[in-house]
Design a protein around this ligand. Structure first.
Ligand code: 3PY
Ligand code: MG
Length: 187
């Protein structure tokens, strides 16, 4: 299942992604349970939320061929909120407990910046803050995720109960392949 992160946690962007057919969203910069609840509402049609109805114009509804789409769309969603600030961490238990939030992903890059360690997501204070948040997320019955710097780091997080690990990036892979190709023709 592709996981899509909009540029901002905004209802209009969430609606566009859901209408196109994405079902799993990673929503950045969530600091409070109120914000988490508003974002969950943006993924649900009334009366459960505020998602706008686009009917048969959406790919998600099979352009109207899925006649049960409006009634069942919410059953197929996975809403993951991203905590990446000191404020967000302070509210981790309530954010994780928000109904409709399926998982919580901690963003180490922005969290490091928020904790005063800009550019150093591996700083011990950042790592221990993430580690301390994991049981809070699991206690709420939700899954925890974070970003790993490489395969070994991914294993380290998995051993600590993280079940959703982002490792590597498309841009880094492309850049590495370009450098290696460039080096191979350096006659
Ligand atoms: C961060 O580390 O800030 C992220 O957003 C990772 O995805
Ligand atoms: Mg971030």
């Amino acid at each position: 299942e592709p996981v899509v992160r909009p540029a901002a946690s905004a209802p209009v962007l969430i609606k566009q992604l859901l209408d196109v057919g994405f079902r799993t969203l990673l929503l950045p910069m969530v600091d409070t349970p109120e914000q988490a609840a508003r974002l969950v509402a943006a993924t649900r049609f009334p009366p459960h939320g505020i998602r706008g109805v686009a009917g048969s114009t959406t790919r998600a509804s099979g352009f109207g061929t899925r006649t049960d789409y409006l009634a069942t769309a919410h059953e197929e969603l996975c809403v993951i909120v991203q905590i990446e600030s000191r404020t967000g961490l302070e509210h981790v238990a309530e954010i994780a407990a928000t109904p409709g939030v399926d998982g919580v992903f901690i963003g180490p890059g922005d969290l490091a910046a928020s904790l005063g360690h800009l550019g150093d997501p591996g700083h011990p204070e950042v790592r221990s803050a993430i580690e301390a948040a994991l049981p809070e997320i699991r206690k709420a019955g939700k899954f925890a995720g974070t970003f790993a710097s490489g395969p070994q780091d991914a294993r380290w997080w998995v051993e600590r109960g993280v079940t959703f690990v982002s490792v590597g990036s498309d841009v880094a892979l492309l850049a590495a392949a370009c450098r290696s190709l460039r080096a191979a023709v350096d006659f």
